[in-house]
Design a protein around this ligand. Structure first.
Ligand SMILES: [Zn+2]
Length: 257
């Protein structure tokens, strides 16, 4: 799975920004967008980094995590086509004795590392980095252990939704699925949060879009041979959905770098 050498940008959105429509020159620039998709689990959360600065960002998150005292596991470049860098973090789970407290502690240290890494990358590279989560606000119960996962999700949301000013909803398609994404547009120094619909995030092959049968644990796609576990698949799909939503949002002028 880990190809390691795949260093090209996943997708670069080249578009016209700035003042060219007034006839000034130099209006064309490369817009780079990177996102972190998070699959929130009961005992583990998986982060998939997708976009131009994905590799750098995932490396920094692991380093800063270590400095904060949390061990983030780097799973490497997951797949040459999906071009996601995957990192995970494990915690005791909210139902164990003292588990909620421990989980909260680990999650907030991880998020601290994430925020620091995102701010650094944004500052140095003038890039846009967004955090993508499943929209679990109106959840209708197809996910196992929802209440517990939602508690962890709530921790993440409360950490990131500070300083967010307004939302912008856009509709995009990812393989055969059309879905809605909502971008919470940040005020100064905060990070845009993208909420995407959670349907099929762990049952769509992130490489070819095939439907994956509901099987726990490791999955192999019958069509393209992609291998991965459910959490990793979920995180990569969440990241790509968020990437599409965020780039569309930028194209439509709701967000600027
Ligand atoms: Zn496939």
């Amino acid at each position: 799975m880990a190809t390691g050498k795949n260093r090209g940008p996943a997708l670069t959105v080249v578009q016209t920004v700035g003042s060219d429509r007034n006839g000034k020159k130099g209006g064309v620039s490369v817009l780079d967008v990177t996102v972190v998709g998070v699959d929130v689990g009961v005992k583990r959360s998986v982060f998939a980094f997708v976009g131009v600065r994905a590799r750098l960002l995932s490396d920094l998150v692991v380093i800063y995590g270590r400095q904060n005292g949390v061990s983030l596991m780097q799973l490497g470049t997951y797949d040459a086509v999906t071009r996601a860098y995957v990192v995970d973090v494990r915690y005791p789970g909210v139902d164990k004795y003292r588990g909620a407290e421990m989980t909260g502690n680990i999650v907030s240290k991880t998020l601290g590392a994430m925020v620091r890494a995102i701010h650094n990358v944004q500052r140095i590279h003038k890039t846009l980095v967004g955090l993508v989560l499943e929209d679990l606000r109106q959840f209708n119960g197809y996910k196992h252990d929802l209440a517990k996962a939602r508690a962890v999700w709530g921790l993440m949301m409360s950490n990131f939704s500070k300083g967010v000013s307004k939302c912008s909803a856009v509709k995009v398609s990812w393989f055969w699925i059309s879905y809605e994404g909502e971008v919470m547009i940040p005020t100064k120094d905060s990070i845009p949060i993208v909420l995407v619909e959670p349907e099929y995030t762990s049952s769509t092959c992130p490489r070819c879009g095939a439907y994956l049968d509901k099987v726990k644990g490791k999955v192999t796609c019958d069509y393209c041979g992609f291998k991965g576990d459910r959490d990793v698949i979920g995180a990569i799909n969440i990241a790509w959905r968020g990437f599409l939503v965020l780039t569309k949002c930028v194209r439509e002028g709701a967000l600027r770098i």
